[in-house]
Design a protein around this ligand. Structure first.
Ligand SMILES: *Cc1c(COP(=O)(O)O)cnc(C)c1O
Length: 358
């Protein structure tokens, strides 16, 4: 079977080495030595000066919205994973969708101002497939209307924009270290914030609000990651350049061998050092997509319709119509992309698609 992705598994000996440390420390969670070591290594690797790693990539969104959303309206994108929208609803805020750019697939910044009302508190946008939003324009709008900017950067590990980590842009930035993401800890995530005061609040929010064992700064939740997950992260991190290189290679083969007459793919924003996290193709129609998906499935290839459906159309969301996002969602397919995908397997995928799109 050729799946859309496979989690990178480091050599088991390396993982054992890390787990042995956990046993020696006799310490399993509550920001133990491995978590702290992983944070230091990630700071170095990403060239950033703050990171708080968490138990997944969704709790950071909820913490950010709890602290900044204020129960108001959140301008957001309909083209993302469901967690982006469900976190807004979970925190009793209201998602206000703004349609996406048809090529970059990120929120269409030119349509944001029209959606702002007196109740708007934040902009929550996703760097889709690691492709940055129009950061400058969004920042300008946020300043003008005194809004906070939260970026769902779940896909963006290692992405650089204008020679700086993508995690440097915005008021609060979240990432996911889920097993299917580029860098992973099995389950896990991270939250980034430049402002010291806000960072303090984020920190206590992810640890039940504790101020020492007996006192509380305020309301909190459990967003802590365990030493066992940090052990996986520490085992995966040394391979990250290798992982990136193999993905880059696979994507360049897709580019050179796919017949682009009737399909298109993601357009990466200028001044971006991308992370090759996903390889989506956009087809002419949903009918064509279903045909191709069916052909691939019968030959044991399982791409993923990602993102589908457009989040504004989900029943419990019930947002306004978003023509571009809905159209793209109906026609987009992420192709197999993982470091052990062989050339032969990839050529099989390409051939099936080229046959259908000629
Ligand atoms: C994966 C993902 C999340 C959620 O991350 P988890 O670690 O699975 O909680 C949020 N947003 C986007 C865009 C994602 O792809």
């Amino acid at each position: 079977m050729i799946p859309v992705t496979k989690s990178f598994l480091p050599p088991i000996e390396n993982y054992f080495e890390q787990i042995k440390k956990v046993y020696a420390n006799e310490w399993l969670t509550n920001r133990g030595k491995l978590v702290l070591e992983l944070e230091e290594k990630l700071k170095k690797h990403l060239e950033i000066d703050n990171i708080l790693i968490t138990n997944n990539g969704t709790i950071p969104l909820q913490i950010a919205l709890k602290l900044l959303g204020n129960g108001g309206e959140i301008i957001t994108t309909p083209f993302s994973y469901v967690a982006t929208t469900s976190s807004i609803l979970w925190e009793n805020c209201k998602p206000v969708f703004v349609d996406i750019h048809p090529e970059y697939l990120t929120i269409d910044e030119s349509k944001i101002e029209n959606a702002i009302t007196k109740k708007t508190t934040c902009i929550l946008a996703t760097h889709v497939f690691g492709n940055p939003c129009n950061i400058e324009i969004i920042e300008k709008i946020a300043k003008k209307y005194k809004l906070k900017v939260i970026y769902d950067a779940a896909h963006s590990f290692g992405v650089e924009y204008k020679n700086k980590s993508i995690f440097e842009y915005g008021d609060v930035i979240t990432c996911s270290f889920h097993a299917t993401k580029l860098f992973h800890t099995g389950e896990g995530g991270a939250i980034f914030c430049k402002n010291k005061n806000l960072r303090k609040k984020i920190y206590y929010s992810h640890n039940f609000g504790h101020n020492g064992p007996l006192k509380f700064h305020g309301l909190g939740i459990n967003g802590k990651i365990s030493e066992l997950q940090a052990a996986m992260g520490l085992s995966v991190l040394p391979y990250i350049d290798e992982i990136l290189e193999s993905r880059k290679n696979i994507i360049s083969i897709y580019h050179s061998k796919l017949n682009y007459k009737n399909i298109s793919t993601l357009k990466i924003r200028e001044k971006t050092k991308w992370n090759y996290s996903y390889f989506p193709i956009i087809l002419e129609s949903e009918k064509q997509l279903l045909k191709i998906q069916n052909d691939l499935n019968t030959k044991d290839v399982f791409p993923r319709r990602y993102f589908y459906p457009s989040l504004n159309t989900i029943k419990f969301v019930n947002g306004k119509k978003m023509p571009i996002s809905e159209s793209i969602s109906n026609r987009i397919l992420c192709l197999p992309l993982y470091n052990t995908l062989s050339l032969k397997e990839q050529e099989k995928v390409i051939q099936i698609i080229n046959n259908e799109t000629n």
